[in-house]
Design a protein around this ligand. Structure first.
Ligand code: CA
Ligand code: CA
Ligand code: CA
Length: 224
């Protein structure tokens, strides 16, 4: 079994605060597009979004001699890197969590059995969205049991279940580089120590530590 998509996601899990929401989804496609939207939303203008998603179940129906057989649980056959992801992204939304094609040749006969494009995102209004498009079903070689044995059967429908968990957070004091609750000389030194770099001390998120960051730190002097 071969799966093409490999997604690279940040696995950072820093501490943060925020109201976490979990949206469960349950969708199926007989070849048509799926456009799932969460029933609730989070603040799209949050500074950061910590997220985790998992596709906990994948099932398929097949058709043989006019009869629908299934769904068969194929979850374990799907690459975990495709089914699970987590990370932290800077706001504001929209934020893309997953945007990858999946192609499978489960019976390894050289022909694609099933392919689709999966996109999971937090849209500009703060709603979770899961879009499955470009759904293609081929056939797959399976053991249909007695009396027909191994046969090519057509995939007829795919079922997906899972969840998307999102925790938006607000950074109360972006100029406090070491999170000690105050903006003071240690934050200035942190910025100077990383002068010209990115990350620590880049309090305005421009990608570089420069004089504008130093001015922001000095301008926010004192306790957060
Ligand atoms: Ca195949
Ligand atoms: Ca500080
Ligand atoms: Ca900067």
């Amino acid at each position: 079994m071969s799966f093409i998509p490999i997604i690279t996601l940040s696995m950072l899990i820093p501490a943060f605060t925020g109201d976490e929401v979990q949206w469960n989804f349950n969708a199926s496609s007989g070849g048509e597009d799926v456009h799932w939207v969460s029933p609730t939303s989070v603040d799209p203008n949050s500074d950061q979004f910590e997220y985790q998603y998992e596709i906990t179940y994948v099932g398929v129906d097949v058709v043989f001699l006019g009869a629908v057989i299934g769904p068969t649980d194929v979850t374990g056959d799907i690459d975990p890197e495709f089914r699970f992801g987590k990370g932290i992204e800077d706001g504001p939304a929209p934020i893309t969590l997953l945007d990858e094609p999946l192609e499978t040749d489960a019976d390894e006969d050289g022909d694609i059995d099933l392919s689709a494009h999966f996109k999971m995102h937090i849209n500009g209004k703060g709603y979770g969205q899961y879009d499955v498009t470009q759904v293609f079903f081929g056939d797959v070689y399976v053991d249909t049991g007695w009396p027909f044995g191994w046969q090519y059967v057509d995939i007829d429908r795919i079922y997906l279940e899972g969840y998307m968990r999102v925790a938006p957070s607000t950074i109360e004091c972006p100029t406090d580089t070491n999170n000690d609750g105050a903006v003071n000389v240690s934050d200035v030194l942190a910025a100077i120590g990383n002068w010209g770099g990115s990350g620590v001390g880049d309090v305005d998120g421009s990608g570089t530590v420069d004089v504008s960051d130093l001015l922001a730190i000095v301008g926010a002097w004192g306790p957060c």
